[in-house]
Design a protein around this ligand. Structure first.
Ligand SMILES: [Zn+2]
Length: 312
């Protein structure tokens, strides 16, 4: 880190927060179509496992062969990638989990280590911007803990897109398991998750994101529903565009016409990113296929949150 100076201008981040299976990867890819934006995927995963396991980037290359990420990670780590990333990962575990909520409320545990984490994270972003020649980064890591951490970093100008999807659709999607298939972007086997577990975690994660809207204020966070985005992308991107101060109208109309998009260098996230031509499709198969008993079991725990987002 020697000789590194904090950038005089803040780094602009559009952070997609929320639960998995809610469309964050396709929203990341859509925003990444803008000439000034790097759609980077789940940046938290880059150092947690993507680099260490040489996983695939959305450009189709393994991460160590991807021109963008290999350059960024080499410069970011001053050429000593393995140990640098291992040390950074320890900091990530400390400051990106839900315990960040308590740290943020109490102010306890945000000492020199947080400063170190903050410095490295900001520098990762500035390195990404300088090698892509763009002005804004989309980070679809989703984790509310990481969003809380980023919101406390002085060099970062973050806006949060709180992406919500009907939890019953999320639970239905998570009831299915998948075999590992690295080349198509599935790095490990995905075990089916129970409806109860999803209802609990979906509620907690969305509540944690809402904590941010209280602390950051309404001009820094916008709530977007997956169902609105997929049924009317033009209107949704119009809203997001005025929130981020970006003209997204062309991207919106192209999606509205059903035109496909090409991915950027998104890491981790939904495996659809591994296709060279991606269409925005609404997946509401749960409405006809999810047994009513399972829908009710979700509602018993998460019903009040479903109501809160206008789903019941
Ligand atoms: Zn790539």
């Amino acid at each position: 880190m020697e000789g590194f100076q904090m950038p005089s201008q803040s780094v602009r981040i559009a952070y997609i927060a929320g639960y998995g299976r809610s469309g964050s990867t396709i929203l990341d890819i859509a925003l990444g179509q803008h000439a000034a934006v790097v759609g980077a995927g789940e940046i938290a995963a880059l150092t947690r496992h993507v680099l260490a396991q040489n996983e695939y980037c959305a450009c189709g290359s393994a991460i160590t062969d991807c021109g963008f990420w290999s350059t960024v990670s080499r410069h970011w780590s001053n050429g000593r990638e393995a140990e640098f990333i291992r040390d950074y990962c320890v900091l990530q575990k400390k400051f990106e989990g839900l315990s960040m909520l308590l740290k943020s409320i109490s102010g306890i545990g945000l000492g020199p280590q947080f400063e170190e984490y903050s410095l490295h994270t900001t520098r990762l972003f500035t390195t990404m911007l300088s090698y892509s020649n763009k002005e804004m980064i989309v980070d679809s890591s989703k984790l509310p803990g990481r969003a809380i951490a980023l919101s406390r970093m002085p060099g970062i100008d973050m806006r949060i897109i709180h992406l919500v999807r009907d939890g019953r659709g999320v639970a239905w999607s998570l009831l299915k398991g998948y075999e590992r298939d690295a080349k198509s972007g599935l790095q490990k086997e995905i075990k089916p998750k129970s409806v109860f577990r999803t209802a609990l975690r979906w509620s907690i994660v969305n509540l944690a994101v809402e904590y941010l809207s209280r602390t950051l204020g309404p001009e820094r966070i916008i709530r977007v529903r997956y169902e609105d985005f997929t049924s009317n992308p033009a209107a949704t991107l119009q809203q997001i565009g005025s929130f981020l101060k970006l003209d997204l109208s062309q991207i919106g109309s192209s999606l509205q016409r059903g035109e496909p998009m090409g991915p950027g260098h998104q890491v981790a996230g939904n495996r659809l990113r591994m296709t060279s031509s991606i269409e925005l499709k609404k997946d509401e198969s749960w409405q006809t296929r999810m047994p009513v008993s399972q829908q009710l079991s979700f509602q018993r725990l998460g019903g009040w949150m479903l109501r809160r987002y206008g789903y019941l």
